[in-house]
Ligand binder design. Structure first.
Ligand code: ZN
Length: 215
């Protein structure tokens, strides 16, 4: 496992990159990463563009506060993934525009919010479930993620935004970006006769890239 100091640097670097490119605005969004003795978590009300590695919050494996600025109040979304997906090394939660737009559309399929439009979303993100709307800060959203028993690497919180895991911070960030870009394509193509990847196309991807595939 990567050292804690390197993980802190990576959180700052990748958070700034997401902020600089508009994947996060204001104090929206939060990122966590597993370290040997707990979880690092971006602080509450912090802006992803201006984090200080030394002030990133830290919790132990039980979720008790250890050090740094107070972790985001959305920490329970992250913990639900770590508890149900042992392979999760990082979690990224954004309010990115197009994924959030899809989370608000009444005809988004709750079982498959990001249908297989391109091979990359299949490879990097996998199938995405919609979590019914709950008030921000209501820990019931964590229970709803736990109910999925780790079967999904990404969910969309209805009328709120995506939560995405990866084996490490880079893969979680890249998967979040892939999810957002695919959501953008889906919104752009609304009303047009779209040719999705077929079931056999998806099966072929799973056969060839099986190891790297999510859910
Ligand atoms: Zn949020």
């Amino acid at each position: 496992m990567m050292s804690e100091s390197k993980t802190r640097e990576n959180i700052v670097r990748l958070s700034k990159s997401l902020f600089d490119r508009g994947f996060s605005v204001g104090s929206a969004g939060n990122i966590s990463a597993a370290v040997e003795d707990g979880i690092l978590m971006t602080p509450t009300n912090s802006c992803l563009g201006f984090l200080d590695p030394a002030r990133i919050g830290k919790l132990d494996h039980r979720g008790n506060y250890v050090s740094g600025d107070k972790p985001s109040k959305e920490i329970f979304l992250h913990r639900a993934f770590y508890e149900t997906r042992p392979q999760a090394g990082a979690v990224v939660h954004l309010h990115s525009t197009y994924a959030t737009a899809l989370s608000c559309l009444s005809d988004t399929d709750p079982e498959d919010c990001i249908p297989p439009l391109t091979p990359y979303v299949v490879m990097r993100v996998g199938r995405v479930r919609l979590i019914p709307y709950v008030r921000p800060g209501d820990e019931k959203a964590g229970d709803l993620i736990r109910d999925l028993r780790g079967a999904y690497a990404a969910v969309l919180l209805a009328n709120h935004g995506p939560v995405v895991t990866g084996k490490d911070i880079e893969s979680a960030v890249y998967a979040s970006e892939e999810l957002e870009e695919t959501a953008k394509l889906l919104v752009m193509l609304r009303g047009a006769p779209v040719r999705m990847l077929s079931t056999s196309n998806v099966q072929e991807l799973k056969a060839v890239f099986g190891e790297g595939l999510k859910s």
